[in-house]
Design a protein around this ligand. Sequence first.
Ligand code: UD1
Ligand code: CA
Length: 457
Amino acid sequence: MPLSVVILAAGQGTRMMSSRPKVVHELAGKPILQHVVASSRELQPDQIILVVGHGAAQVREAMAQQPVTFVEQAQQLGTGHALQQCLDVIDTGNDVLVLVGDVPLIRGATLAQLVKQRGAAAVTVLSFIPQNPHGYGRIVRAADGGVCAIVEQKDTSRAQAEITECNSGILLLRGAGLRKLVMALDNTNAQGEYYLTDVVAIAAAQGEIVSAVVCEDANEVNGINNQQQLAQVETLYRQRAASALMAQGVKLYDPTRIDVRGELTVGHDVEIDINCIFEGEVSLGDNVRIGANCVIRNTRIDAGSEIKPMTSIEDAIIGRKVSIGPFARIRPGTECADEVRIGNFVETKQARIGQGSKVNHLSYIGDTEMGSGVNIGAGTITCNYDGANKFKTIIEDGVFVGSDTQLVAPVRVARNATIGAGSTITKDVAADRLTLSRAKQVTIDGWSRPKKQTGET
Ligand code: UD1
Ligand code: CA
């Protein structure tokens, strides 16, 4: 059956105590709402409609790149009213899956299950059994087990308050008869709101089939209403990501101490030490090892490479059997060929470093093309910036740069050149020879160290 998804996200989220709308707060580096959109996309629906209202401009901005249609609910008169605003936008005849914008851990597979189990039902509710049902709508079942109503917390009788099966807020409406059903909602209840949940009682009273599918993993339908719950959901998200990695054979030194805020793809026998953060799209080849406290963003690291502790890598491509760190900062546009070594306190940016080259200590390599087999001595700086423009440094194969050298760009160091330590290189360097630029070492006879002056000054 063709499907439309409607995600309700017009509410204020007062309890977040924030000036930003709740659904744009970040979970694992992405707006909460984006997780819901991602799960619903797994169903390949015809359309995804986002109902926005409170902070609509901010929500639209945060979701601008997403394949969604926005519908504005100017006044938040309830979840049923929110869906009413969508009726003219929903493709006629489509089944409608209604999701809530503040329940981001819902899995695509669970939604697919719900859709699969619809059968002939007019309404199919995703229910769950929380540890504490207080606050949730309760699923009221008839003697034969059929669902006959959802009663909101504030409208429950004492007996209904004892019911443990609750409404997740997620439900599926059959396309046929949908408009009539949704337009039949009214607001005669404790909160004076148009409750979407009343479609259950209305459909049941019309003799339609209403069913509820229990969500096995209650964690999936955890809602976020305040900062505590956001942190709890973040923890659950982290656990889920860690479990998925371990299921693929990754050795995590401590699964509670890894954050994956994006897509992390892994080969076999990958090892990740504690407190690492992966952001955006990161891929780690076979046998890659990541030391403790590394932050890696939008980067590919090929097989057999090791990233040592306290290293930050962003927008880089790292070849095979490379060693980086500890304490290295690999900035955007760095490309390391195979077997490169980058050591402690080295910063690279827009730098192509050829096979087997070494930058082992305390250096800055920016806007640089470096060949293979190069050795860069400790404390070497490419002076790429004159205060207005950036210039390139080219270092050809086999070059040896002595320690504490400044390479003032634009400059080219030709093949197999050697530069003596402490040189400031401002002109191109010839191949195969020794070049240095330093004052001659002298010893001054009769010189003595200054003495501390005494008396008034
Ligand atoms: C809702 C359900 C309740 C369920 C619970 C699960 C109703 C009436 N109740 O209650 O049965 O147990 O979710 O978490 O549906 N929204 C709008 N426009 C509005 C009102 C709300 O878009 O006018 C959006 C909110 O932004 C939110 C979602 O709908 O994403 C749910 O609204 P909320 O007020 O949080 O409903 P609950 O009281 O949690
Ligand atoms: Ca809620």
